[in-house]
Design a protein around this ligand. Sequence first.
Ligand SMILES: Nc1ncnc2c1ncn2[C@@H]1O[C@H](COP(=O)(O)OP(=O)(O)O)[C@@H](O)[C@H]1O
Ligand SMILES: O=c1ccn([C@@H]2O[C@H](COP(=O)(O)OP(=O)(O)O)[C@@H](O)[C@H]2O)c(=O)[nH]1
Length: 213
Amino acid sequence: MLSRSFRLLSGYLNRMLPEVVFVLGAPGAGKGTQCSFISKEYDFVHLSAGDLLREERQRPGSEYGEMIEEKIRNGEIVPVEVTCSLIHKAMQKSGKMRFLIDGFPRNKDNLDGWNRVMSDKTKLLFVIFFECSRDLCTGRCLGRGAAGSGRSDDNLESLQKRFNTYLNDTMPIIEHYEQMGLVRRINSEAAPEEVFKNVKKVFNTAGLNGLVN
Ligand SMILES: Nc1ncnc2c1ncn2[C@@H]1O[C@H](COP(=O)(O)OP(=O)(O)O)[C@@H](O)[C@H]1O
Ligand SMILES: O=c1ccn([C@@H]2O[C@H](COP(=O)(O)OP(=O)(O)O)[C@@H](O)[C@H]2O)c(=O)[nH]1
């Protein structure tokens, strides 16, 4: 009896937690593009860790501006205390309950930091992993740079470093979630609308099919 009440109560409390989907994949795999599609059709707020860091870098008086710029240019990962606190603040500011966290967690420091501070405040639904060949991803990022992204890392030299970081540091995080049965793999080499069809299948299968807006 007591254990049933406990289960009901913890189930209820669990449902009250903000829900999170992590979105991972190589640089240029299409994470941002797909997240913006998802947030238009489903009740999820898109939070790009990279965008939050770039905003913080531009914020007058930020003590982290230079460090963030250096890390981004070199394709290295910013310490989790900075990234996690930006994500947490953006979640609170939104007043919403469902979040796509794009481009995070990218290494063990990110994963451990999130688990330390955020895992008991949120419920991780699943992890989307966009799979795309290195050549296509490189071409997309260079195209984004040529089209005027203004990003200091959309160049060949930074891209080589970003890919090394992705292979050495981010792939083990994806494998970690794979072992937990949380990864939803989606090939992202086709046109954006085609990729989105498969993204929708993942959300609908998870019972998140309520359209919004
Ligand atoms: N499926 C796709 N096919 C072709 N180009 C794409 C596709 N998805 C994204 N792009 C383009 O590739 C670049 C990188 O996409 P983006 O969504 O910013 O990737 P990420 O967030 O993974 O770095 C952008 O210029 C975007 O317009
Ligand atoms: O949690 C994060 C997300 C991004 N970055 C930095 O921001 C850069 C750009 O990341 P973003 O996700 O914006 O772009 P992508 O590399 O996926 O195209 C990365 O190479 C890192 O230097 C980081 O340090 N921590």
